[in-house]
Design a binder for this molecule. Structure first.
Ligand code: PRX
Length: 650
């Protein structure tokens, strides 16, 4: 084994074959069919993608797919013109989808609202006219700082419709983060709400905007949706109520033809490290990627009720709440608030009440559900579900097994979807019905995706040898650049292995060719000459019945290079005792080997996470090393976690 590769210690060997009943009606019903399509997608990518693009509406149909002559800048479908909002809305108005529910919304307080495709189209047209009236034209940037309400999707679609570039800023960010993103994008307009509901309290979005835009010279107007009814300051001429400006415009709006490479959105990566990057996506390639992955990965059918629990502030919300599902004419459930409000069974109650068929969430949420207890899902009838998905982090095999059993009733396939803000759409995932699943593996690449695991020297890693995950060929929904910093784009993604996209993740391929993502390579620890991905040690801890969640980091150690420190959260009702600590240390030694036995286990109520739910190991590393916690903390979800961890440290 190459000295520089990452050692994989996972022994996970469970395999679940696709169920016949599911396969019978699946869009891709067999492994053979997948292989055939996958081969075609790599051998003749232009032909493959142009064929899929034909499902969608183009004002001028593209005749070519990829142009990579200006690498690392790809263009796709460059001679075509289209409109993503037209494809999400107008395209569905001629047939039976006209009066189909596009968005079924449930507010945190329990209010409900349904928008059919016709109604959503009307709202988007009106808001497109509002933007026009405020002086927003093609190419202008618009910031959207809202909660999870249908108007967030309406605002996004209206921007896409007129060719304005939206940048959605997650509603949990503070004023400073809003200011920095608005300034980086040089947005002209900010769309927000008086407040957003979160666990029964009001998040003062407009107040944050007021503070942010005191220092953003480019912002000329704000549009404010009234949602919570709290008092807000409105500056005449600058701030406009959503309901007022909407009254004053017609409901007709013709979608213009936009170039396939017209910029669609900028999304700042949440980032567990460093300064946020403005990831730029463009229209045609992103549209085709989001459309095709939604259809195949979720095996979407006309009568599905699809629920993705992500926030629209993240790429998952962009691709799999708004653009992918709506481009497919799907019915999407959208929920405003916290998963444990008013009770810890809110999510299961909603699945039961709306007869949700497809449920897509994150490992961090699944671990919280495990911690809250089995009695919550068991109280509800979840038999409407036919497919489950997960995204955002490597999923610990035991959390996967819990998801399969408690939520999926051992009946639903689980699609573990690996992708990134930068990739725009799902890159690796089982196709349900065609590909067997293994707990913790994202299995095989989607059509047109050419992933490889490389050693540091660029040679390909052997089976089960951990290495660096790269994507060898361009794909339609890939990011086009970093907004305002093209040099950083080339440097970050295309310099490690010239001309090849480097994901920043570690991974291995098993004997069946299945991929196992082992987390960010920045998180790799070096213990006595073993380079270990922390995710596998964490999974060994989570496999113990007392553990809900674990994060493992390295601390400098004179003997071993690095010593392992595990931060562990126990399940409800379990006491974090010294005996348990000893049991867990032995447990890891038994599961993996003595070399992976942590040097220290620290029990904690909570782990520091980004606002999108990823564990911030960088902060834990600094804590474990006994140093000051420095660096960017604007993405930390709950600042009090750090103070608590420090206090536990004595
Ligand atoms: O490390 C991988 C992890 O999340 C990173 C991308 O994060 P972000 O840009 O915020 O996008 C999240 C939603 C797509 C990846 O580099 N990641 C995401 N999905 C998985 C994953 N790691 C393992 N398995 C996954 N399914």
């Amino acid at each position: 084994m190459s000295h520089s590769s990452i050692e994989s210690v996972s022994r996970e060997a469970r395999v679940f074959a696709p169920q016949e009943e599911f396969a019978r009606t699946a869009r891709v019903p067999s492994r053979e069919r997948y292989e055939e399509m996958y081969r075609r997608s790599l051998e003749s990518p232009d032909e493959f993608w142009l064929e899929i693009a034909k499902d969608l509406h183009w004002f001028r149909a593209p005749t070519k797919g990829l142009d990579w002559s200006n690498a690392p800048h790809a263009t796709w479908f460059a001679d075509g013109t289209t409109n993503l909002a037209y494809n999400c809305l107008d395209r569905h108005l001629d047939g039976a989808r006209r009066n189909k529910a596009a968005i079924i919304f449930e507010g945190e307080p329990g209010d409900q609202r349904t928008l059919t495709y016709q109604q959503l189209h009307r709202e988007v047209c009106r808001f497109s006219n509002v933007l026009g009236k405020l002086g927003v034209t093609k190419g202008d940037r618009v910031a959207i700082y809202m909660g999870m309400v249908p108007e967030a999707a309406i605002a996004m679609l209206a921007c896409a419709r007129i060719g304005a570039v939206h940048t959605v800023i997650f509603g949990g960010f503070a004023a400073e983060a809003v200011r920095d993103r608005v300034n980086d994008a040089q947005a002209k307009v900010v769309i927000t709400q008086d407040g957003a509901w979160r666990r029964g309290t009001v998040v003062p979005l407009k107040e944050n905007v007021d503070r942010a835009i005191a220092e953003t010279p480019t912002v000329k107007h704000t549009v404010v949706l009234k949602r919570t009814g709290n008092e807000v300051a409105m500056e005449a001429g600058r701030d406009h109520w959503w309901h007022d400006v909407l009254e004053a415009v017609p409901a007709k709006h013709e979608a213009p033809a936009l170039d396939a490479e017209h910029p669609l959105f900028i999304l700042y990566t949440s980032g567990t490290t460093g300064k946020p990057k403005g990831v730029l996506h463009t229209t045609g390639g992103y549209m085709v990627g989001a459309y095709a992955t939604t259809q195949y990965v979720f095996d979407l059918k006309e009568n599905d009720t699809y629920w993705c629990t992500a926030d629209v502030g993240w790429v998952t919300g962009h691709s799999y709440i708004v653009y992918g599902p709506l481009a497919n004419g799907a019915t999407c459930l959208m929920y405003e608030g916290a998963p444990n409000h008013p009770d810890q069974d809110r999510v299961w109650s909603m699945i039961e009440r709306y007869s949700v068929t497809i449920f897509y969430t994150a490992p961090t949420a699944i671990r919280a559900f495990v911690k809250w207890g089995d009695h919550h899902p068991m109280k509800h009838d979840l038999t409407s579900l036919r497919l489950l998905g997960t995204v955002g982090e490597p999923i610990n095999p035991e959390a996967w097994m819990w998801y399969r059993k408690l939520i999926g009733g051992e009946r639903c396939p689980i699609v573990d979807t690996w992708w990134q803000t930068e990739t725009g759409a799902i890159m690796m995932s089982p196709l349900p019905g065609a590909i067997a699943t293994k707990p913790g593996s994202c299995t095989l690449p989607f059509f047109g995706v050419a992933p490889k695991v490389l050693r540091e020297d660029g040679t390909e890693a052997g089976p089960n040898e951990g290495g660096l995950l790269v994507i060898e060929k361009p794909w339609p929904s890939m990011m086009r650049t970093i907004w305002g910093d093209d040099a950083r784009f080339a440097e970050t993604y295309f310099s490690r292995f010239p001309g090849i996209y480097f994901t920043g993740d570690g991974a291995r391929r098993d004997d069946d060719g299945f991929f196992w993502v082992m987390g960010r390579v920045d998180d790799v620890v070096n213990v006595s000459g073993h380079r270990l991905g922390t995710a596998e040690i964490e999974s060994a801890l989570v496999a113990h019945r007392s553990v809900a969640e674990a994060a493992v980091v390295g601390r400098p150690d004179a003997m071993k290079g690095q010593a392992l420190v595990a931060f562990v959260t126990v399940k409800g009702g379990v006491q974090p005792t010294a005996e348990l600590r000893a049991v867990l240390l032995d447990h890891v030694a038994n599961e993996i080997g003595k070399f992976a036995r942590p040097d220290d286990i620290r029990f904690t109520d909570m782990l520091p996470k980004t606002r999108s739910g990823k564990i911030m190991r960088r902060l834990l590393k600094e804590l474990a090393g006994g140093g000051e916690v420095k660096g960017d903390m604007t993405t930390l979800e709950d600042l009090s976690v750090l103070a608590k961890l420090r206090a536990d440290d004595e």
